[in-house]
Design a protein around this ligand. Sequence first.
Ligand code: PPE
Length: 306
Amino acid sequence: MKPSPYIWKNGALIPWEQATTHVLTHALHYGTAVFEGIRAYETPKGPAIFRAKDHYQRLVDSAKIYLMAQPYGVDEMIEATRHLIRENQLKSCYIRPLWYYGYGAMGLNPGTNPIDTIIAAWEWGSYLGEEGLEKGIRVKVSSWCRFDSRVMPPLAKSSANYLNSALAKTEALSCGYDEAIMLNLNGTISEGPGENIFVIKNGEIFTPPTSDGALMGITAQSAAQIAQDLGYKVTAKTITRDELFIADELFFTGTAAEITPIREIDNRIIGSGKRGPITEKIQKTFFDAVKGQNAKYDSWLTYLCE
Ligand code: PPE
């Protein structure tokens, strides 16, 4: 990770290296935190935050699910993010806001602890490799299942959720793959450890519904909108593992992963074994949109100076 000069904490910018925390911070022990992952891209009008309002609204929703009081409003978080990017002089970056239960009392009732807020922003290149974006990646269906809302709320982007993701990710890496796909507790497809998944078959596009355990991905919603604008039919439906094997094309979406094609799954080659033509069109339109090169999607961008 490339450090930036500042981190925003509880209303003020502090030097990156001073953004430390007490070892008895509640969230460090119990994962009692909610967060977002957002990107800002370089555009002809300067850096622009992609779908800032939607991301911060999801942060508010995550907090609500966990009965966590909301320390700041959506507009305040957006203003703080703009300020942080400006002061860090970043052209493009990954943005990580976190609301967490801080230092105060131990034990499983988080409510008596203060809620701290940080926003960090740093330069973060492609999540699954530049080559992955172009050629596609190799994935493995994980032996780890994604939890459902009987266990933990999958719609909340909470820190604790990511131990499940980390198990799947490390297993996939240790088996020589680039990424995992998790089934839900019913045995159908949910999502990647940090990505939503899309299936293309006979010119139609499918993705599992959130009720199958996927996070309501903002990149997924953007990709679906773009695909529809390009004339494709996009349907949310339950997908089985074998449907992935015989797909014409597969791709992942996520803020970090952007739009990453999948070229192989459990050693089955998907389509022609490289980025498929429909994926390529959606990916190209997506990158144009986030980089301010397609006026149709300008409402998705929050510029630093406006
Ligand atoms: N599912 C999960 C489980 C997930 O974590 C993400 C984002 C998505 C789907 C896609 O959502 P969206 O970013 O709104 O399109 N994962 C974040 C964290 C990744 C990380 O390694 O950290 C991200 O992409 O920022």
